[in-house]
Design a protein around this ligand. Structure first.
Ligand SMILES: O=c1[nH]c(=O)n([C@H]2C[C@H](O)[C@@H](COP(=O)(O)O)O2)cc1CO
Length: 320
């Protein structure tokens, strides 16, 4: 796994030693492409344009961006913005100094995860917990092959439909409950995609899947977003391909998948069985999680808030 560590240089180098400690820790989790940020020696042999182009190429090659954003830096802010455009997972870490927090454009951005920490041990714990979820590559569906009978069947159908090759440019990810192993008989095969041109995406879906049983495709507004939804039946599965204009990683179905996966990993089989039981009784997935964790309010929104909770906070929510 390639990691792009981002930290202030010309914005101020007072935290360089801390960056070095973070980089050393990240080296245990993957390959850090930007080790130079942990050193005060500035390479003057390359031009600003070379730095810019090299670093953007590294952002592109990274699987994750970790940014320490306590010292305000134009370069770090710019890298984060470009990484969001590239649909990369981003973790920002900051310390409040003299009551001063970090920019609202970072803390308030739903395309990244922002954590406040106090010391290096805190930061390491946050990184350890976050990397556990991020390491799961949902784009590669081979994990289904070794799974439950329904997961193996899903794998076979998705291969036969060639969904992940045909829709490659739309960045498809299987979401919903089948990847999590908590599906019931009525669970769909949900595929989340990102389009850049809704009409083109709709036509493409029609061209490739229009002959499938009960095929329908429509464009509509949902919760303020313009979406394209194609549905059809394939063998025993209802397939739903869903496209929106924004990156899959920031779509709610994907974010729910990630947080639910993390909760299931943390709370184990007993919790999983309770979720399945509530679903069999007719509850939808997110309301089932919310009921068991005693979360009040809109379960779809409230579950997303757990993205920045620590493992121990999540564990204490469940009184088995
Ligand atoms: O010499 C450099 N090398 C380099 O890699 N950078 C990149 C990596 C850092 O994450 C970020 C720091 O930006 P700034 O220098 O504006 O604080 O920019 C920035 C500079 C100098 O701006």
């Amino acid at each position: 796994m390639n990691i792009y560590f981002s930290g202030s240089i010309r914005g101020g180098q007072q935290d360089t030693e801390l960056y070095k400690e973070l980089i050393d820790y990240l080296k245990q989790l993957g390959t850090v492409l930007t080790e130079h940020i942990g050193s005060k020696t500035i390479d003057t042999s390359i031009s600003d344009q070379e730095i810019h182009d090299r670093d953007l190429q590294w952002v592109f090659e990274s699987d994750i961006i970790v940014a320490e954003v306590t010292v305000p830096s134009l370069g770090v802010g710019y890298e984060i913005g470009r990484a969001i455009e590239m649909n990369k997972p981003i973790i920002c870490l900051y310390r409040s100094i003299n009551g001063k927090s970090t920019s609202a454009m970072i803390r308030g951005c739903s395309n990244l995860k922002c954590f406040e920490y106090k010391n290096i041990d805190d930061a390491k714990l946050i990184l350890k917990e976050q990397f556990k979820t991020i390491n799961m590559d949902w784009k590669d569906i081979s994990y289904l092959k070794e799974g439950s009978p329904v997961q193996t069947k899903a794998h076979k159908c998705l291969k036969e439909l060639n969904i992940f090759d045909l829709l490659k440019e739309y960045n498809p990810v299987l979401t919903g409950t089948i990847p999590l192993g908590i599906s019931t008989k009525s669970s769909d095969l949900d595929i989340a995609c990102r389009y850049f041109d809704a009409d083109r995406f709709e036509n493409y879906l029609e061209m490739h899947y229009g002959r499938q049983t009960n095929f329908t495709v429509e464009q509509k507004e949902k919760a303020g977003y313009w979406i394209v939804v194609a549905k059809f039946i394939y063998q025993e599965f209802k397939v739903e391909i869903y496209g929106a204009l924004f990156p899959v990683a920031s779509q709610n179905s994907y974010r729910h998948l990630q947080i639910e996966h993390r909760i299931l990993e943390l709370l184990g089989d007993k919790f999983k069985q309770q979720v399945v039981k509530l679903k069999q009784e007719g509850l939808k997935t997110e309301p089932a999680f919310a009921q068991l964790l005693e979360i009040e309010g809109d379960p779809y929104q409230q579950l997303l808030k757990l993205e920045t909770a620590t493992d121990s906070e999540i564990i204490t929510m469940w009184n088995a």
